[in-house]
Design a protein around this ligand. Sequence first.
Ligand code: HEM
Length: 161
Amino acid sequence: MDILSIGTTIVVPIVQPIGTTISRPNRSHLLGRQYVVPIGYDVSKGTTVIINVWSIGRNPKYWDAPEQYLPERFLDKKIDMLGQNFALLPFGSGRRRCPGYNLGLKIVRSTLANLLHGFNWKLPKNMKPEDVCVEEHYGLTTHPKVPLEMIIEPRLPLHLY
Ligand code: HEM
């Protein structure tokens, strides 16, 4: 069974459709209560199940060298990011999937393109890319443990900014 349980939060790396309510006559402590069963795990009806997308993204079962920052891994990969491939769920899946995904993708792409087009980017103090700390601060959303410092220089004629 491909399921982790952390404290009282049920974390399901890959989930199948939830909805089957079953009775479990062989388990007396469950009698009289209703349970739904994602991949065989008993969950009391009404419980909020949090899908641990962070853990899915770092699972070597689904990703080669998951701890490495390799954006080029997506170049030859036919993977849907809108909820059909559960290994990659940046916008969630199903009826409550992010309705702003199209705008989100456009904002991220145009912001990144403008920053790269408009500026030269350097690391300070002869730092090398491998010296950059990529540790994370755990939370509801993930932040870098150490702020990234960069030296940026305009690379376009000033009237274009
Ligand atoms: C790259 C940018 C974005 C990312 C990564 C993102 C990601 C997400 C995720 C993971 C969810 C939860 C989906 C689920 O529960 O299955 C969500 C929900 C939502 N997002 Fe986004 N989002 C982005 C941009 C936006 C934008 C630009 C808007 C609006 C203009 C937006 C509006 C919403 C709303 C309203 C929900 C709640 C949907 C619901 O609960 O029915 N998002 N988003």
